[in-house]
Design a protein around this ligand. Structure first.
Ligand code: NAP
Length: 445
């Protein structure tokens, strides 16, 4: 692995040289173990510490099959799905691996007593399996996390509709939080040349998701002048949603929970900001009873900020805690687009506010290859910037995931895999210099 690292860190290599690098029989990766799935029994979700279940393990190197690629991972990032996997909520991920191995014979190697996590990465292709023509050894890449079979007719208009659609590193094994990773070749995209490895690795999952949720015809299709309510506007998804809303010429109303986060979204260009902690919204009187007067207070606050407009689109992901308010505040004919339920997946809303005011709720999930590619292109063109705030080593992956679980981070938390230190991997320093303030906006150091 040292030889691979040395060649790739030098930045001076060609396809031939990389193709001849010896590939080790095993590599280091961040895993959860099947033996640990009962580790947190009896512990409430909020007290489950990802650092207790995430461990670094020696992984036997898989051989890339048809249509697959083995990638040397320079950097990765923590996504919330890493947190879910590590706290075994809402369920352990080993069932996904078992079903994948059973339903797709070529995936039998994914069913293991370990699960290598991670749904983002930047790196260099080491080896490709049969039938891969678009990519070759030595290509600098990032990966999106849609692993799809496409053997059913259902996925051929939109691959997210394929019954064999999975999230790499969450519902498949050999994810990105490791020195090597196994992907389908159609997950690969060119690495933006102006970014470091860790900056390039942090956007794929959340930015593609926000792109589909807001811009794509499969999501909210926001347009010039729309008012868009963005929950968690300085978080992983939200920090990209805010940029997309601004870039589309729409008006974000950004909800955050601290002045530090308010400053971050203000620096991105947002003007209408609600600090939910300072303003003390309590959307539930008790765990079963929504407080509709609080929905109304929240809606009035939005109108105060916008000069009387209600949101055309609500960017939803906190779930149970906020969904009732989101449905209430959306404008007549407006859209609530949801991709998650961090605070609970059994939602309650008053349906009268939905049907009488002709609103719609759209469910959306990650992105198809085309949407992920378009999102990556926006990063490469400097139209959207990574929101990396902190960087950890692979051996610190538990601490990194804990920060996301505890909501003490902003933007994205990066993890170095083969890259020995931050700051490496930039191939276009001139373009980078033009955007350096925006690239560094979320950095803590
Ligand atoms: P994140 O980085 O933790 O950001 C989430 C933000 O939501 C936080 O910054 C927080 O902002 C806000 N938040 C958390 N709890 C809240 C609550 N009870 N009420 C209001 N706001 C709350 O996580 P993320 O990467 O953005 O992911 C968010 C969720 O989306 C996770 O559940 C994740 O699994 C899911 N997700 C789904 C997909 C998909 O494809 N379906 C893709 C990406 C993520 P403040 O505290 O500042 O308000």
């Amino acid at each position: 692995m040292d030889e691979i690292r040395d060649v790739l860190v030098s930045g001076e290599f060609d396809a031939e040289q990389v193709r001849h690098l010896p590939i080790p029989e095993s590599y280091r990766g961040a895993v959860v173990l099947r033996d640990d799935v009962n580790l947190f029994d009896g512990t409430p979700t909020e007290n489950r510490d990802p650092a207790k279940s995430l461990t670094i393990w020696d992984i036997p190197t898989p051989e890339p099959g048809p249509g697959e690629a083995l990638v040397a991972v320079m950097a990765s990032s923590i996504n919330y799905n890493t947190v879910w996997s590590a706290i075994f909520e809402p369920m352990p991920t080993f069932g996904f691996l078992k079903r994948y191995a059973k339903s797709v014979p070529s995936a039998s190697g994914h069913n293991q007593p370990f699960h290598v996590l991670g749904s983002d990465m930047s790196g260099v292709v080491l080896k490709t399996g049969p039938g891969v023509h678009r990519w070759q050894a030595g290509d600098k890449v990032v990966a999106h996390c849609l692993s799809v079979e496409l053997s059913s007719a259902d996925g051929h208009d939109d691959s997210m509709l394929d019954p064999d659609q999975r999230i790499w590193g969450y519902e498949t094994n050999y994810g990105g939080l490791a020195q090597l990773s196994l992907v389908k070749a159609n997950q690969l995209m060119p690495k933006p040349a102006h970014l470091t490895w860790e900056e390039a690795a942090c956007s794929g999952l959340v930015h593609s998701t926000a792109y589909r949720q807001l811009i794509s015809r499969n999501g909210g299709q926001i347009k010039l002048g729309d008012v868009v309510l963005v929950w968690g506007a300085a978080g992983g998804l939200g920090s990209y949603a805010t940029q997309l809303v601004l870039r589309a010429g729409a008006i974000p109303v950004c909800v955050v929970s601290s002045e530090t986060k308010a400053e971050l979204v203000r620096a991105q260009g947002a003007e209408l900001i609600i600090n939910r902690s300072a303003e003390g919204y309590r959307f539930w009187k008790d765990p079963e009873t929504p407080d509709t007067t609080e929905w109304k207070r929240f809606g009035s606050r939005i109108r105060d900020l916008t000069g009387g407009d209600d949101p055309d689109v609500v960017f939803e992901h906190p779930g149970r805690e906020t969904m009732g308010a989101s449905v209430y505040v959306a404008r007549r004919g407006g859209t609530i687009v949801t991709c998650a339920s961090t605070s609970g997946y059994q939602h309650q809303y008053d349906n009268r506010y939905l049907w009488m005011a002709l609103k719609r709720i759209i469910g959306t999930h990650f992105a198809n290859y085309r949407e992920a590619w378009e999102a990556n292109r926006l990063i490469a063109k400097g139209a959207v910037h990574p929101t990396l705030s902190a960087v950890y080593g692979l051996h610190e992956v538990g601490a990194a995931a804990r920060r996301v679980h505890e909501n003490t981070h902003s933007g994205k938390v990066g993890v170095l895999c083969l890259a020995p230190r931050p700051g490496l991997g930039v191939d276009d320093p001139e373009f980078r210099a033009r955007h350096i303030d925006q690239i560094n906006r979320f950095r803590e150091d």
